[in-house]
Design a protein around this ligand. Structure first.
Ligand SMILES: [Zn+2]
Length: 105
């Protein structure tokens, strides 16, 4: 049984949240990079990269859960266009439909 890398998270917090989410679905997840970053001392743990590893036989399942998780994260950060009321992803600065600039609250 070998482990394969599922993804790399920017922060240890992200990694732990994602790990918990995937493990809740019955898939064992191993994190790597956390302890190493902590040992270096110069890089704050929260800004280090942590990768998640799963068994190769469970990679497909883990990936679909990962995608679901990311979609869920995205939907939390959606914003609504003040002009046409269209819902846009967090990463867009302009409405994809009418190109209205994202309004700053
Ligand atoms: Zn719009």
């Amino acid at each position: 049984m070998s482990l394969v890398k599922l993804c790399t998270c920017i922060t240890a917090l992200d990694a732990n949240m994602l790990k918990g989410f995937i493990e809740h679905q019955g898939i064992a997840v191993q994190t790597r990079g956390e302890a190493l970053a902590g040992a270096i001392g110069e890089v704050p743990v929260n800004e280090s990269q942590v990768s998640l590893w799963v068994k190769d036989s469970q990679l497909e399942d883990a990936q679909s859960i990962y995608n679901k998780y990311m979609k869920q994260m995205d939907s939390d950060a959606e914003w609504q266009c003040t002009h046409c009321k269209e819902i846009n992803p967090e990463s867009f600065d302009y409405c994809w439909q009418c190109h209205e600039e994202r309004s700053s609250k």
